[in-house]
Design a protein around this ligand. Structure first.
Ligand SMILES: Cc1cc2nc3c(=O)[nH]c(=O)nc-3n(C[C@H](O)[C@H](O)[C@H](O)COP(=O)(O)O)c2cc1C
Length: 369
C-alpha cells in the first residue's frame, strides 16, 4: 500500500489507542444538555456522531460535581441520568466509527452562587476575584459579574480530588475511550497551577512544587481509574482568559511536563494560542519546547491552526497531533475537507452556546452541499 503522504492522515497511536488521522476535535462547550439535570441526550449524540471522522473527539468540558459547574446547560458526569445520557453519545460515536474522550472539568472560581448548590460561594485556591470575568446565569438574569470566591480549606482538597476520581469512574461506565483532565483556560486546576490565582501558604501553594500538587493528585487519581494510556491533560501556559497569569511559565510548565511524564500520561494538549487571549504574539515557542523536552508522551497542539500550519508543525516535530475547535463546529466532516482541500463552512458565533439544532447539527457535510 502506498504510504500516506499527507502528514495529517498518517495514523498515530495515542497511549494504546489507534487513531486514523491527526485531525482531532477540540473540547467545545455548546451548552445544549437536557434540562433539568444537565443531561446529554439524542441531539448531543447526533452532533458528536457527525464529527466521528476526526482522529479523536474531545467532549465539551463536563462538570465532575454540582460544585464544579459554572455555566447553565453544560453537561455533568456525576448523576446516573448523566451517565446514561453520555452512553447515547459514546454509542453513537462508536457506531459511526469514531473515538471519544471526556473532558473532566471543575470551574473553581469561574462560577456564581446562583449556579452553586445552596447558593454557596464558588471555591478557588485563594479568595481572589477574576477581574473582568462574567458568568451567564440564565435567560432571566443574563451575564453577571463573578464575585470573590472562597479559598478551599486544606482538608477539603482530597474531597475535590475524589470528585474527579468519581467523574473518571462514571466516564468509564458511560463508555468513553479515555479522559482529558481540564487543566486550562482559568478553571480550577489552572487556578492552582498559575501564580496570580494561587496565593496559598499551605502545601498547595507558594513554590511550583506546591502549586502543582493538587493537579498532580487529580492526574494520579484519574490514571488509577483509566490507566495512563487513556489519560491526558490540557493546559494553557500563556492564556489570559479569566484573568490568568503565571510569573514563570517556563519553570512552571517544564516542571508540570516532567511530573506528568513520571506519571506516564498518554499526552499533553497545549492551548498555544487562542482567540480568548494570549500573553504572547503567536505561539510561545520557548514554553512549547520545554514541555516537549520534558514530556515523552504525545504532544497535541491547539489554537488558531489551519490544515497547512498543522502539516508544517507536525513535519517540523513541534507537535504530533492538532485539535481544531471552531472549524469543527461548522465543518462536521473537517478531515474530509482537509483531504480534498475543499472550502470550509463559516462558523456562526451567535449559536456557539445554547439553543437548539440550529448552528449545532445543521452545518452541512460536503456531500450535502
Ligand atoms: C464555543 C467554544 C467552546 C469552547 N469550550 C471549551 C471547553 O469546553 N473546554 C476547553 O478546554 N476549551 C474550550 N474552548 C476552547 C477550544 O477548545 C480551543 O482551544 C479554541 O477554540 C482555539 O482553537 P481553534 O482556534 O481551533 O478554535 C472552546 C472554544 C469555543 C469557540
Amino acid at each position: 500500500m502506498a504510504k500516506e503522504k499527507d502528514l495529517l492522515f498518517q495514523p498515530f497511536v495515542l497511549g494504546d489507542l489507534a487513531l486514523p488521522n491527526r485531525i482531532l476535535m477540540a473540547p467545545l462547550t455548546r451548552s445544549r444538555s437536557k434540562q433539568p439535570g444537565d443531561i446529554p441526550w439524542e441531539l448531543n449524540a447526533e452532533y458528536y456522531a457527525q464529527r466521528a471522522g476526526s482522529g479523536l473527539i474531545f467532549s465539551e468540558a463536563t462538570q465532575v460535581s454540582p460544585q464544579g459547574k459554572g455555566y447553565v446547560f453544560t453537561p455533568g458526569i456525576y448523576s446516573d441520568a448523566q451517565v446514561q445520557g453520555w452512553r447515547k453519545v459514546t454509542s453513537a460515536v462508536h457506531e459511526a466509527g469514531g473515538r471519544i474522550f471526556l473532558q473532566l472539568w471543575h470551574v473553581g472560581r469561574i462560577s456564581h452562587p446562583a449556579l452553586q448548590p445552596g447558593g454557596a460561594k464558588p471555591v478557588a485556591p485563594s479568595a481572589i476575584k477574576p477581574e473582568g470575568a462574567k458568568a451567564y446565569i440564565g435567560d432571566r438574569l443574563g451575564m453577571v459579574e463573578i464575585p470573590e470566591p472562597r479559598a478551599l480549606e486544606t482538608d477539603e482538597i482530597p474531597g475535590v480530588v475524589a470528585q474527579f476520581r468519581q467523574g473518571a469512574e462514571n466516564a468509564r461506565r458511560a463508555g468513553f475511550d479515555g479522559v482529558e483532565i481540564h487543566g486550562a483556560n482559568g478553571y480550577l486546576l489552572d487556578q492552582f497551577i498559575r501564580s496570580r490565582s494561587n496565593r496559598r501558604d499551605d502545601m498547595y501553594g507558594g513554590s511550583v512544587e506546591n502549586r502543582l500538587r493538587f493537579p498532580l493528585m487529580v492526574a494520579e487519581a484519574v490514571t488509577q481509574v483509566w490507566g495512563r494510556e487513556r489519560t491526558g491533560m490540557r493546559v494553557s501556559p500563556t492564556g489570559t482568559f479569566h484573568d490568568m497569569h503565571d510569573d514563570d511559565p517556563l519553570e512552571t510548565y517544564g516542571a508540570l511536563a516532567a511530573k506528568l511524564n513520571d506519571l506516564g500520561l498518554a499526552y499533553i494538549e497545549v492551548v498555544e494560542d487562542s482567540f480568548q487571549g494570549n500573553e504572547v504574539e503567536g505561539r510561545p515557542e520557548d514554553v512549547i519546547r520545554v514541555i516537549r523536552d520534558n514530556f515523552k508522551g504525545a504532544y497535541i497542539a491547539n489554537g488558531n491552526y489551519s490544515a497547512d500550519e498543522a502539516r508544517q508543525r507536525i513535519g517540523d516535530g513541534l507537535c504530533d497531533l492538532v485539535t481544531f475547535g471552531r472549524l469543527f463546529i461548522s465543518n462536521p466532516d473537517l478531515p474530509e475537507r482537509f483531504r480534498r482541500n475543499a472550502p470550509l463552512n463559516e462558523y456562526d458565533k451567535d449559536t456557539f452556546y445554547g439553543g437548539d439544532e440550529h448552528g449545532y447539527t445543521d452545518y452541512p457535510a460536503l456531500e450535502d452541499q
